[in-house]
Design a protein around this ligand. Sequence first.
Ligand SMILES: Nc1nc2c(ncn2[C@@H]2O[C@H](COP(=O)(O)OP(=O)(O)OP(=O)(O)O)[C@@H](O)[C@H]2O)c(=O)[nH]1
Ligand SMILES: [Mg+2]
Length: 242
Amino acid sequence: MSDFTFDDVAVVMGTYNEEEAIGSVLADIERVSGGRADVVCVDGSDDRTPDIARRMGARVIEQEPQGYGVAVREAVLAPDRPVVVTTDCDDTYPMERLPDFLDLLNDGYDVVSGDRISPGPETMPRLNRLGNRAFAGLASLLLGRRLHDVTTGMRAYRRDLLHRIEWTENTGLSAELLMRPVARNARVTEVPIDYDERAGETKLDPFRGGAAIAKSILRIGIEERLGTSLDSVTTTDTVERT
Ligand SMILES: Nc1nc2c(ncn2[C@@H]2O[C@H](COP(=O)(O)OP(=O)(O)OP(=O)(O)O)[C@@H](O)[C@H]2O)c(=O)[nH]1
Ligand SMILES: [Mg+2]
């Protein structure tokens, strides 16, 4: 099987009033991928975000704002390309690491997940750091595998895996997108990444959002332990699991 290149990659994101950040995020993707990655924005904005996105060559799918996961589920299922990368559109994630994510997929992984927590991110607000550590701890306990960051927004996936699993969560979708593949023995690895300060305003209420994420993690952990995990999603290539 030949290696994936940026011609095989779609970078996708939910965008909700991110006009302060989107220009920089899309310029980074363009630069790092040599203009070869497709970009898909599922957009619920009432500011200039979609205009900027279209002008910079992204495909914009309009959607009423219904929360993070509703947008990101549509975004991850939209591309035809075999590699789908997610990011937030807030300039927090290091697009210059895209080649490393692609290399790990080419090593045989199904999911490569950017771990913001292990490097001890100073730019992440304290409360978020605490919460994210707790979410990773809870998910690890439920799944019996140590995970460091289950709420990260930057990951690369093989497209076929995204279409083989039913995604049910909204605010907790990021955790679901890691937990269900892990529970079903997909080849998943975490890679430490830097995390920057957010440009523009957060779309997540830390308390209500945090409670919703905790509930999602519990539900997914219990569901997967109770047996939906029987249908394994592994494909035929082999790779050592870490
Ligand atoms: N289309 C759409 N996008 C959304 C919605 N809610 C959030 N997003 C986008 O999803 C991404 C993640 O939202 P963030 O506000 O960054 O959430 P977060 O990363 O948990 O919070 P921060 O740590 O403050 O960045 C951003 O690109 C948002 O613009 C929504 O209802 N609709
Ligand atoms: Mg964010």
